[in-house]
Ligand binder design. Structure first.
Ligand SMILES: [Cu+2]
Length: 271
C-alpha cells in the first residue's frame, strides 16, 4: 500500500527539486525545514493517510458489495432485520479507537509546538491590510515587507511570494515569532517550518521555529483578510550566523534610519 502511494507521489513530484515554495500540481506538503514540520509530515504520511485510505477503500468495498450482492434481482425478498447489537457495538467502538490512535500522537506534536524553547532571536510580525510589518525588538529594527509586483520581479523570484524586505534569521537557532495585527485578522504561516498562527488585533500570539537549512522560504497570509489577502506573502531568508550578523549591521542602519525620518516627519507634522 505504502509503496504504491510513494510511486504515485513520485510521479507527481518528479519535477520537484527543492520545495520551499508551492509547486504546480503539488499534492503533498512542502519539504520540511524544521523538526516540527518533519513530525507533522511524518504523522500525516505514515499514520493519518494510511488510515484514511484504508477507511475509504473499506467503505467503497462495502458499497460495491451490497449493491451487487443485495440487488433487487438477486435478493427479491429483503431481510427485515433492524437491530444487531454486535454490529452496533463494533461500529461505535472501532471508530472511537481509531480516533484515539490518531489523537494521541497528534496532541503530542501540538503541545510540543506550543512549548517555546529559549529564543535566540525574536521577531515580531504585524499584519496590515495588506502587507506584513516586522520588528526585531532586541535589535531596534523595524521595517515593512511588501509583495513585489509581477512586472518588477527579478530572476528566481517567485510571483506572488517574493517581498521587498525579507525576514532574515540565522540557521539552527530558535526563532520566536510574536504575531499580531493592526486592523483585521491575518495569519502568519510558513509551511516549511510547520508554523501557522492567527494575527489578532489587540493581542499577541506566539510561535517558534528552528530552521535547519539555509535558504529562502515562502509563506502566505492564511486568514481571509480582505481584497488583497492573496498579495501579502511572507518571505523568510535563513542564513548562516555570520551572514546574519552582517545583515543585522546593515539593517540597523537602513531600517532604524527610516524610523528617525518618520519621527522627524511626525514632529514636523505636529508643528
Ligand atoms: Cu492578511
Amino acid at each position: 500500500m505504502k509503496k504504491f502511494l510513494y510511486i504515485f507521489l513520485a510521479i507527481f513530484y518528479s519535477t520537484n527539486v527543492l520545495a520551499n515554495q508551492p509547486k504546480e500540481w503539488q499534492l503533498g506538503f512542502q519539504n520540511a525545514a524544521s523538526q516540527s514540520m518533519r513530525e507533522i509530515v511524518n504523522f500525516h504520511d505514515n499514520l493519518l493517510l494510511p488510515i484514511i485510505i484504508a477507511i475509504s477503500v473499506f467503505v467503497l468495498f462495502l458499497m460495491i458489495y451490497v449493491s451487487i450482492r443485495f440487488r433487487a434481482s438477486k435478493n427479491p425478498i429483503p431481510s427485515k432485520t433492524t437491530h444487531n447489537v454486535t454490529v452496533e457495538i463494533l461500529w461505535t467502538l472501532i471508530p472511537c479507537l481509531i480516533l484515539i490512535v490518531l489523537a494521541v500522537p497528534s496532541f503530542k506534536i501540538l503541545y510540543k509546538q506550543d512549548t517555546i524553547p529559549k529564543a535566540d532571536v525574536t521577531v515580531k510580525a504585524i499584519g496590515y491590510q495588506w502587507y506584513w510589518g516586522y520588528e526585531y525588538p532586541d535589535e531596534n529594527i523595524i521595517f515593512d515587507s511588501y509583495m513585489i509586483e509581477t512586472k518588477d520581479l527579478k530572476e528566481n523570484q517567485p510571483r506572488l511570494l517574493s517581498v521587498d524586505n525579507e525576514v532574515v534569521v540565522p540557521v539552527n537557532k530558535v526563532v520566536k515569532v510574536l504575531i499580531t495585527a493592526n486592523d483585521v485578522l491575518h495569519a502568519w504561516a510558513l509551511p516549511s517550518f510547520g508554523v501557522k498562527r492567527d494575527a489578532v488585533p489587540g493581542r499577541i500570539n506566539e510561535t517558534w521555529f528552528k530552521a535547519e537549512k539555509v535558504g529562502t522560504y515562502y509563506g502566505q497570509c492564511s486568514e481571509l483578510c480582505g481584497i488583497k489577502h492573496a498579495f501579502m506573502p511572507i518571505t523568510v531568508r535563513v542564513v548562516s550566523e555570520s551572514d546574519y550578523t552582517e545583515w543585522l549591521t546593515g539593517a540597523k542602519i537602513k531600517f532604524v534610519k527610516e524610523i528617525i525620518e518618520e519621527d522627524q516627519f511626525k514632529k514636523l507634522a505636529s508643528k
